[in-house]
Design a protein around this ligand. Sequence first.
Ligand code: GDP
Length: 452
Amino acid sequence: MKNDLIAAIATAPGQAGIAVVRISGDNALDVLQKIFSHSGDYETHKLYYGTIKNEGNIIDYAMVAFMKAPHTYTGDDTIEVFCHGGYAVSRSVLSTVLEKGCRMAKAGEFTKRAFLNGRLDLSQAEAVSELIAANAQRAADVALNALSGRIKKQIDNMREKLLDFLAKIEVCIDYPEDDVEQQTAKMLLPEIQIMINDLETLLQTAHRGRIYKEGLTVAIAGRPNVGKSSLLNAIMGESRAIVTTTPGTTRDTLEAHVDINGLEVMLIDTAGIRKSDETIEKMGIERAENVIARADIVLLVIDNNTGITQEDIKVFQKLADKPYIVVINKMDIGSPIQQKSLDVQLGAGETIYVSALNHTNIVALENMIFDFVGENKLSNTQAVLSNVRHIEAVKNANMSLDEALTTLNNAMPIDLAVTDIKNAWHSLGEVTGDTVDEDIVERIFSKFCVGK
Ligand code: GDP
């Protein structure tokens, strides 16, 4: 039943200008002919205007497109009905096509077909759902990078080379003279080293890729009354809010998602960190510490008017090894804190003076937060990893090749390297989906939305 007829509403529920009902599978055109007023032939990839009918009753005036396999999203014959948006109309178009022989598509089933029909590899298919999930431009950029097939291309090239290595070793095994083996090992060593370097370069993109995809978590920490909440509000006022403030996952935190230069940033306003014997206070402190642990970067807020206090130093000590920016708030009152005392008491972190009250230097602070992620444009040619599954697979491939390198370096029998090279080939195939189990594929697509 690989190509049976499936249908779903591909647009989000709710009122809108149009809704799209998508149908895919063998003989999809039969379904269209049963419900649509156009009586002649259908040219592929052309729009037709007419009425959608069910047993003579008009359901809607709509545009439809018939797309003939294999040049379609799924690789099967596909129809898209562009009807009026809104719950009632799109539901009746859907129920009409279900009556005419389609079944309801499962979550992600259109994209799964695209994958099974070889229209997309698994890294591209996953990128489709990541592109839909993207809240900010940077997340869309990394998804588009994968969707363009850059990861697939690089991985396919490497797997091709690995097969070539295996073929060379095979020759040695067939002709087991010592010198052939030694020569082959000598020839393979630099090639494997180059591939390890390439994998490492690819892995280096993962840090930025993950932050682009998932957003940057920024904890706002400091003792009470330094202006943490005011700072959160000021940043929200200077940037586009993705989600307005919500109570944090923990009792004493407040979270806000903002878009800073196209990067999604989750700001967490922590409860004041201070020593206390009261249980509730203590719980608050522990939670604030947890938030700091979760954050990619911490804004350590200091009150310019009071200067650095013992309590500030205690908060600073909670930061451990976290990257941080010292934000000296209330620059509108008091005289600036001496740079020397900042360096001595709060380490050599970056420093900025702001006034949350007057919105002074808030944009500059945002740029500092953004710069933390590194260069802001993705290269047009480099594949960027952002998906945990891909990152793990590439790491495993790298480890296997390291082992192969050790074998060859230590003049061990060359066939011992075969397993490692095969493992690397297998791990890389997990990224593109060539070597993944059916249940993993199922799991990946089950997280998609219906209609995609
Ligand atoms: P939190 O306890 O750290 O969250 O601090 P709040 O944001 O509640 O601020 C504590 C007090 O400092 C409030 O009265 C704010 O109005 C005041 N405040 C915050 N930021 C500034 C600032 O930049 N300048 C001045 N003068 N007052 C500020």
